[in-house]
Design a protein around this ligand. Structure first.
Ligand code: PLP
Length: 401
C-alpha cells in the first residue's frame, strides 16, 4: 500500500487553524474579552432578497412531480449559463459559448482540481504572498518539490513588494503555469489592462497557461478588467475562476464557475474537452435550487442588492484603510477589494503583531507570513465584519498604534 507521500510534505499547521487556536486560547484566559475578528474571509451580510425568493420558488419546484429536478446537467443549467454569458461577459465585450462555462460548487474546488489537467513535472509560478490553496494543491499533485525554509524548490515565486505595489511582473525564468488572483487575496492589489496584457503576452509567447482567479471581480470600482478575457489573446492562454461567494453572499450556498475557452489548446489537446471529461467523471453538477439562486443574482433587483452589500463591505474596507493610514501605517488594498494589507509597525513580525493586537486590542487579523515568505512583516484585515464592529476595531487599533 502506497499513500500519496506529497501530503506528508505539507506543513502540518494551517494558517486559519493557528489563528483560531490562538484566539480560542486567549478566550479561555479572558472569558469576558470582547474580541472582534477582522480576520474572517467569510461574508456576514445575509443573502439578497431576490436570491432568497429564488431559493423558495426553486424549493417549491422540487416539491411538485411536474417541476421536480433530479441530477442537474453536468456543466450547468442553460438558464444560468445564459445569464453568465450575457451579464458577466457579453456586457463587457467578451463573447463566450455556453460550453466554455462550467458551473461548480465554488471557486476553491476548481482552483485546486484544475491541476488534474497538467503533468506533474510542470513548473508552477505563484505570486508571493498568495492564496494558500494554489500552493498546497500543487504540492499535493507533486509539483512543489521540497520545502526548504519557507520556499518550495519547484515553484517560481513572483514576489509582491511595496515597491511594485504587490503587482509582480511575469516570470523571467521558465514557468508552465502561472496562478494569478486579481483583485488579490491577501494584498488587495488590483491589476490594470496594461499589467494583465503583459502576462497574457508572456503566456502566449511561452506556451504557458494562466490560471486566473477572479473571485473578487465584483469589488472593482475603477476602470480595471473584471475578466482576463477582456485582454486580447487571453482565450489561447487562460482559464478563469469565478465565484458567487463574495459577489452575492454564497459562501454557505456554494456556487461558482470556471471558464475554459475552446481556443485553449496545448500539444494538440483541447483543455476545454479535457475539463469536460474530467468534470463528467468526477463531478455531478450543482443543485437546481442553487443554480436558480445564482441566476437571481443577475436579475435587476438581485444585481442591485448585491451592489448594495458590496458597497457596504467596501465602505468597511475604506474605514480600515483610512484609520490605519491615519495611525501612520503603510496600507494597500481596500479600493477594489475587501482586503486591507498593511506593514507591521516597528519591524514586528506578522505573528508578533497578531499577538499584540489580540492581547492589547482584542482585534483578530491574519498574519501576512501565512500567505508566503514575502508576507512576513505584513498583516491582512478584511472588510466582512459589520460596520459597527469594524469601526470599533479600528478605534482600538488607532489607540494601540
Ligand atoms: N479564491 C480566492 C482568492 C479566495 O479568497 C477564495 C475564498 O476566500 C476562494 C477562491 C474560494 O471561494 P469559494 O467560496 O467560491 O470556494
Amino acid at each position: 500500500m502506497q499513500l500519496n507521500t506529497n501530503f506528508a510534505k505539507l506543513q502540518t499547521s494551517y494558517l486559519f487553524r493557528d489563528v483560531a487556536q490562538k484566539t480560542a486560547a486567549f478566550r479561555v484566559e479572558n472569558p469576558f474579552a470582547d474580541i472582534i475578528s477582522l480576520g474572517i474571509g467569510d461574508v456576514t451580510r445575509p443573502l439578497p432578497p431576490a436570491v432568497i425568493a429564488a431559493l423558495r420558488s426553486a424549493a417549491d419546484d422540487m416539491s411538485d412531480a411536474r417541476t421536480f429536478q433530479g441530477y442537474p446537467p453536468a456543466f450547468g443549467y442553460d438558464f444560468l449559463l445564459e445569464a453568465i454569458r450575457e451579464k458577466d461577459f457579453h456586457s463587457r465585450g467578451v463573447e463566450l459559448d455556453a460550453d466554455e462555462i462550467f458551473v461548480n460548487d465554488g471557486a476553491k474546488s476548481d482552483t485546486a482540481n484544475i491541476g488534474d489537467l497538467f503533468g506533474t513535472d510542470n513548473i508552477v509560478a505563484v505570486c508571493d504572498p498568495v492564496y494558500p490553496v494554489y500552493v498546497d494543491a500543487n504540492v499535493m499533485f507533486g509539483r512543489g518539490g521540497e520545502l526548504i525554509g519557507n520556499h518550495w524548490t519547484h515553484f517560481v515565486y513572483l514576489t509582491g513588494t511595496p515597491e511594485n505595489g504587490f503587482l509582480p511582473n511575469p516570470p523571467t525564468e521558465h514557468a508552465d503555469i502561472v496562478c494569478l488572483c486579481f483583485p488579490n487575496n491577501p494584498t488587495g492589489a488590483s491589476i490594470d489592462r496594461t499589467g494583465l496584457a503583459r502576462f497574457v503576452g508572456w503566456a502566449n509567447e511561452h506556451n504557458s497557461i494562466i490560471l486566473y482567479d477572479a473571485a473578487y471581480e465584483a469589488y472593482i470600482t475603477d476602470d480595471k478588467p473584471h475578466s482576463i478575457y477582456e485582454i486580447p489573446g487571453a482565450k489561447t492562454c487562460a482559464i478563469e475562476f469565478r465565484s458567487f461567494s463574495k459577489t452575492a453572499g454564497f459562501t454557505g450556498v456554494r456556487c461558482g464557475y470556471t471558464v475554459v475557452p475552446k481556443a485553449l489548446v496545448r500539444g494538440g489537446q483541447s483543455l476545454n474537452a479535457m475539463w469536460a471529461r474530467r468534470q463528467s467523471t468526477k463531478f455531478n453538477g450543482v443543485s437546481y435550487v442553487t443554480q436558480k439562486a445564482a441566476t437571481a443574482v443577475y436579475s435587476p433587483e438581485g444585481a442591485a442588492q448585491c451592489r448594495e452589500t458590496i458597497a457596504y463591505y467596501l465602505n468597511n474596507a475604506r474605514v480600515i484603510f483610512d484609520g490605519l493610514t491615519s495611525a501612520g501605517l503603510a496600507c494597500w488594498g481596500a479600493k477594489n477589494s475587501p482586503y486591507v494589507w498593511f506593514r507591521a509597525p516597528s519591524g514586528m513580525t506578522s505573528w508578533e503583531l497578531f499577538d499584540t493586537m489580540l492581547r492589547q486590542a482584542q482585534v483578530v487579523g491574519t498574519p501576512g507570513s501565512g500567505f508566503g515568505p514575502a508576507g512576513e512583516g505584513f498583516f491582512r484585515l478584511t472588510a466582512f465584519n459589520t460596520a459597527e464592529k469594524t469601526i470599533e476595531a479600528i478605534t482600538r487599533l488607532k489607540s494601540l498604534f
